[in-house]
Ligand binder design. Structure first.
Ligand code: CMC
Length: 440
């Protein structure tokens, strides 16, 4: 959402909204703050005294701010993304993922000492209880890694019952270390289970992304040494995915967390929301789509199908960005650096041509559909040798720091209560039950 400006511009004029209810002729003055009115202020608008009062109807929260937040700023029309005021382009260029995670959680970039302590704490919490392996072993051999990841996250809550003490800042801090530390381990274990390979323990001498690559791909070598350029690329991808204000999974984290459940359970709900093909599952769908298209010659036919409503161009379009997604621009450049090491992914040519055609096509121009973060990320993941069904899991690893920052902000926000939307009831009026024997 754009930063509110109107209050300042209209200095001297009353910051109120006048509403006339034409059903009654009554006029109401509602205060405006930050370019919003409080939905609850509408409840005074009634025809009869015993009416419930006016509400807003906003399916999918298209125009409802459910919180005040100081974490992430997006201007979807201008293609701007900032974490705590820092442009995503600068963070991707100058910081590590763990620095960015610290920024999101704590509000400021860490000093050298703070960063060293933060990285140490997270590294020391990468191990999982041995029993979690048994839990993983219970999954079918072809279980989707995201299904295993979601379940393993929820299972972690049973290993750390004290995480329920969400009002205790020390306990919250510990859980934040644990969750950011353990998600790469859970993700790698899910993958190793799916290919029938032994689990690899975390290597505390490696940085966050390199350790994850080691747990994923180490075989018999005493020490796994990832190509630094590839570990760096993965680290940048984690930064780009770290937060995106009130998206579907973050809203799930806040909504479920608002019941005051432990953060492992809330994070499992957030990860489940991310699994969907319209959210974090889209990067997986992009690769499947590129496979389905198969060759550049088939692109016009595919675009025609999309325009006629037979499927979507996955990795295109966004609820907020009506311009280039800045993350997609960074990822496109990153892809070149990765392909220099790994060799070019042949699907890149299909993706580039698809983007070119779509950006010139009236259907996509009119609807302001541009490539989003998922359009090119899958090609990099594939070049890094991640199987397609691991893509949403990779998204979840990076997003954990964002979910936790938003969860903590929600807990500390005095305006917040348990999330509980209203409905417009359009069902049957009260009626009496007829016994089964008498129903025709
Ligand atoms: N391909 C073809 N048409 C599309 C697409 C697309 N990818 N996205 C939107 N449209 C059309 C849609 O059919 C509709 O047309 P019409 O007005 O004629 O009915 C119009 O554009 C508006 O679409 P919408 O579904 O009302 O827009 P939304 O804001 O509800 O949906 C979206 C946003 C991301 C779910 C959607 O653009 C989409 O399904 N994209 C493909 C999936 C995807 O790439 N998702 C990843 C999002 S970025 C990562 C993340 O945040 O998780």
């Amino acid at each position: 959402m754009a930063q509110p400006t109107a209050d300042a511009k209209n200095a001297g004029k009353p910051a109120t909204l006048s509403i006339v209810d034409n059903r009654t002729g009554k006029q109401y003055e509602l205060p405006i703050e930050n370019d919003t009115i409080k939905a609850i202020d509408l409840r005074q608008i009634k025809v009869k005294d015993d009416d419930f009062g006016m509400m807003t109807y906003d399916p999918a929260y298209m125009n409802t701010a459910a919180c005040k937040s100081s974490i992430t700023f997006i201007d979807g029309d201008k293609g701007i993304l900032q974490y705590r005021g820092y442009p995503i382009e600068q963070l991707a260029e100058k910081c590590s993922y763990l620095e960015v995670a610290y920024l999101l959680v704590n509000g400021e970039l860490p000093t050298k000492d703070q960063n060293a302590d933060w990285a140490k704490q997270i590294t020391e919490h990468t191990f999982v209880h041995e029993n979690l392996k048994k839990f993983m072993d219970g999954f079918h051999h072809d279980a989707h890694p995201m299904g295993m990841f979601v379940s393993a996250l929820a299972a972690l809550s049973t290993f750390y019952p004290s995480a329920k003490k969400i009002a205790d800042p020390a306990e919250r801090k510990l859980t934040i270390y644990r969750l950011i530390g353990k998600v790469p381990t859970l993700a790698a274990f899910a993958y190793r289970h799916s290919i029938g390979m032994p689990y690899v323990h975390p290597d505390n001498e490696l940085d966050y992304a390199s350790n994850f690559l080691s747990m994923m791909f180490k075989i018999a070598e005493p020490k796994y040494k990832p190509e630094p350029a590839l570990a760096k690329a993965l680290d940048v991808l984690f930064i780009l995915h770290a937060d995106h204000e009130q998206n579907c999974s973050t809203s799930a984290m806040r909504g479920v967390g608002s019941s005051k459940v432990d953060p492992f359970s809330a994070a499992a709900a957030a990860a489940a929301a991310l699994y969907g093909p319209l959210h974090g599952g889209a990067n997986e769908e992009v690769l499947r789509m590129l496979d389905h298209i198969g060759s550049i010659n088939n692109i016009p036919g595919f675009i025609k199908d999309v325009k006629e409503g037979r499927g979507r161009l996955m990795g295109f379009g966004h609820r907020v960005y009506k311009n280039f997604d800045p993350r997609a621009t960074i990822i496109k450049k990153l892809a070149d650096q990765v392909f220099e090491v790994t060799g070019r992914n042949p699907k890149l040519d299909i993706a580039l041509e698809l983007e070119k055609i779509a950006l010139q096509d009236e259907y996509f121009i009119k609807r302001k559909l541009y490539p989003n973060v998922d359009f090119y990320s899958g090609l990099i993941y594939q070049a890094l040798k991640f199987p397609v069904d691991m893509f949403p899991v990779l998204f979840a690893i990076g997003r954990m720091s964002g979910w936790l920052s938003q969860w903590q902000e929600m807990l500390l926000d005095e305006d917040q209560k348990i999330a509980r939307p209203r409905q417009v009831y359009l069902g049957r009026e009260k009626r009496d039950v007829v016994m089964l024997s008498q129903r025709s």
